[in-house]
Design a protein around this ligand. Structure first.
Ligand code: NAD
Length: 378
């Protein structure tokens, strides 16, 4: 079977769905790999690297001739429609927001697998692109904060005086938040964090952070995810968080609730209550924002309540694409590992009796197999 990898077309997307390492893995499964020229350049892989790994390199990918299409960003509806009946796609699909593409995939008779739908179970960890890309995002957002903060993260005791460590507050301690905590700790900051899942207190402590316990019940739904708080509880959470936010030099927000807009954890008043020079990084800016007023891809200067200066409010956009080399290294492994689960004798033959395969399948045989997406399309 012929597996193709295209140059990602979306502006600012620098990741690639296969690396020379995974080309070898895919070839070992019996797949022939063809890659569009330049697809891996931003991630540090030249066309020759891919040729040496055993791939064919073409100036422009003919998607209609592919049996398998591996991608990073969701396909355009026209790309989906051009795939041949029975083709298999693997990549991020954003099913809740890219309904026209889902419709086109189903209409074209494509068997599509959405990496967002891979069940978050131990057996599927090596295919979990949400986790691998959240790891990159969590690391990156701390560096984005550090570079904007007009002071050090670590404690310095020097002949010229002592510099106290920066105080970093992380709200939302899932995969990205825990990476942010670990990264800020490694840079020497004093780190505290809050989350509403019961397990999060121990997880924060295991990364070296101090858990902030609020007088608020925990809220967990199935699968270990958070449940959305009611409007009243959300307002209470913001009130309880306000004094902690006011003390932070850096605030990083990463909170999310599956299938819902990001919860609002920080109001504009809370941002204005921070000290001049403080930095806020909203990792959820693209999904509605944890911080009132954050704009994806923009740095805003918010005047402080005391009129003495500004807080820098950053709506972080595409943080994983900003580190294309390691983000692609991990992402491409997720893609190859999911395919490895389905390939027999050089042919992709999904076993829908397997929870991981069935869970990750978005469309098959002309139908939308993912229940919530099928409902949204009905
Ligand atoms: P996510 O991106 O959906 O959410 C990020 C964090 O925001 C979560 O920790 C969530 O509890 C938190 N949050 C939501 N509302 C909040 C609020 N009002 N205030 C504060 N925090 C709030 O989550 P994720 O990073 O994808 O991870 C979710 C869960 O899945 C975690 O329990 C994680 O350990 C688990 N997980 C399991 C596996 C596996 O077993 N393979 C892999 C990855 C994640």
């Amino acid at each position: 079977m012929l597996l193709g990898v295209a140059r990602e077309r979306i502006d600012g997307e620098r990741r690639v769905a296969a690396t020379p390492e995974t080309v070898k893995q895919l070839a070992g499964l019996g797949l022939d790999v063809v890659i569009e020229s330049g697809a891996g350049l931003a991630a540090g892989h030249s066309d020759d690297d891919y040729r040496n790994a055993g791939a064919a390199v073409v100036p422009s990918l003919e998607t209609g001739s592919l049996d398998v299409y591996a991608h990073v960003r969701p396909l355009e509806p026209a790309t989906a429609a051009a795939l041949c009946r029975g083709a298999v796609t693997v990549g991020l699909a954003s099913p809740s927001s890219e309904l026209p593409t889902v419709r086109a995939l189903a209409a074209a008779g494509v068997t599509s697998f959405a990496l967002e739908l891979v069940p978050r179970i131990s057996r599927a960890q090596s295919m979990d692109a949400l986790s691998s890309q959240a790891l990159v995002a969590g690391y990156r957002c701390v560096l984005e904060a550090a570079i904007r903060l007009p002071r050090f993260f670590p404690l310095y005791m020097t002949a010229a005086g002592t510099v106290p460590p920066a105080r970093v507050l992380v709200l939302g301690a899932g995969v990205a938040g825990l990476q942010a905590i670990g990264t800020a700790k490694r840079l020497g900051a004093r780190v505290s964090a809050n989350d509403i899942r019961p397990a999060s207190a121990d997880e924060v402590a295991s990364m070296g952070g101090t858990f902030i316990k609020l007088d608020l019940e925990t809220a967990e739904a199935s699968g270990g995810y958070a449940r959305e708080l009611s409007a009243d509880r959300g307002a209470l959470q913001r009130r309880l968080l306000a004094p902690h936010v006011a003390l932070a030099d850096v605030l990083i927000t990463t909170a999310a609730v599956p299938g819902r807009p990001a919860p609002l954890l920080v109001s504009r008043d809370m941002v204005q209550g921070m000290r001049p020079g403080s930095v806020v990084i909203d990792l959820a800016a693209e999904s509605g924002g944890n911080v009132e007023g954050s704009v994806p891809g923009e740095d805003l200067q918010v005047p402080t309540a005391d009129g003495q200066g500004y807080v820098t409010l950053v709506g972080l956009k595409d943080p994983a694409s900003a580190m294309p080399s390691d983000a692609s290294r991990l992402y491409a492994k997720n893609v190859a590992n999911l395919l490895a689960l389905m390939v027999r004798d050089g042919t992709v033959a999904p076993d829908f009796g397997d929870d991981v395969v069935a869970g990750a399948c978005l469309t098959h045989g002309g139908e939308v197999r993912h229940g919530p997406t099928a409902e949204a399309l009905a």
